[in-house]
Design a protein around this ligand. Sequence first.
Ligand code: PMP
Length: 358
Amino acid sequence: MHTPDDFIAATVRPEIRALSAYAVARADGLIKLDAMENPYLLPPAVRERIAAAIASVPINRYPDGGAEGVKAALRRAFGIPEGLGLILGNGSDELIQIMTSVVARPGVSILAPEPSFVMYRLNALYAGARFVGVPLLPDFSLDTGAALAAIERERPALIFLAYPNNPTGNLFAVAGMEAILRAATGMVVVDEAYHAFADASFLPRLAEFPNLVVLRTVSKIGMAGLRLGYAVAAPEWTTELNKVRQPYNLNALTQAAAPILLAEDALLAEQAARIKAERSRLHAVLRALPDVVAFPTQTNFVLARVPDAPRWFDRLRETGILVKNLHGWHPSLEHCLRITVGTPAENDALIAALRTLR
Ligand code: PMP
C-alpha cells in the first residue's frame, strides 16, 4: 500500500467513496437567489450593537457549552415554554445529523417523503442506516397511504417531514401529518425551517404527540451566516439528543450575536412580511409566463417548471442571476427551477430576465 488511494480503497466505506461532497455554487457578483437566504442586510444600529457585543467576547475561552443566552432569547422570541426541551445546533443541519446518529445502527431505517431536503437521505447514508423515500404525489402532496404502508413495513426509527417542504414549497395536509405521527413507532421530526413564511406549525401541538420533535432554523430569517438551528421536544428527547452533541457546537461569536437579532421582533416580522409580499408578486409573474407552472408555496422560494430548466438556468446566470436548477435531482422535478425571493430590486431584475426567455 503506497498511495493515498490504496489506503482509501482499503478503509473508506464504498458508499462514501461513491459520493461527491455537497457542492455550494459560487455566487461572486451574482444576484443570489439560490439558497433561501433572507436578502436584507441589517440596519446600521443593529450592526453596531452586534459589533460591540462581538468585540467583548473572550475568544481565548471556550463558549458557554449550554448556550444559555441563546436559549433564553429563542424561548422569548418564539414562545417556547420552559417545560419543553430545547437543543441548539450549528445550523439545523447539525441537529439532523444528531437525530440520525442517536437512532442509526445496522438494520434501522429512516424515512422521509421524496423529493425533500437532501440531508435526510445523506445523513442516513453517513450513519449507515437504511433510507426509505416515500414518493410524493404528482402535485407534491403527501401520499399518506404509501407513507403508512412504509411505516408498517419498515418500522422506521426516525421520520423527517419538512413542513413546508423543500424543494417543493408546499405544506402537507394536516390530516396526513397527524396519521403519520400516530402510526410512527419512532421519532418524527417536523422540520419547520420555513415557518416564518408559513401559516401553520406543529410547535403548539407538542403535548399531543409524545414522538414529535419540531426542528427550526434562524437561517431563513436573516441569520444564515451565524449557523444556528434549534429543536423543541419533550425534555426526555432533548436529553438523549444532547448526549451526542459536541460540547461546544455553538461558537462564541454566534452566541453573542444571535440574542441581539432575536430581540428585534419588529424587524424580523417586517422582513418576513416583505418577503411574503414579494413571493406573491413573483409567483403571479411566473404563473403568467407562457408554458411555466409555478407551484403553490408557503416558503421564501418558488418552485417553477419551465420549458428548459438547464438553458433557463444558464441564461439567467449570464444575466447575473443565480437560481437553483433542480433538473435531474428527482424525476418529479424535471425542468424545475427553485427561485428564492429576493429584494424588490432583485426580483425586478429576475422578472425582466425571465420575460426574455422562452
Ligand atoms: N431543513 C430544511 C427543510 C432546509 O431547507 C434547510 C436549508 N436548506 C435546512 C433544514 C438546514 O438549514 P440550516 O442548517 O441552515 O439551519
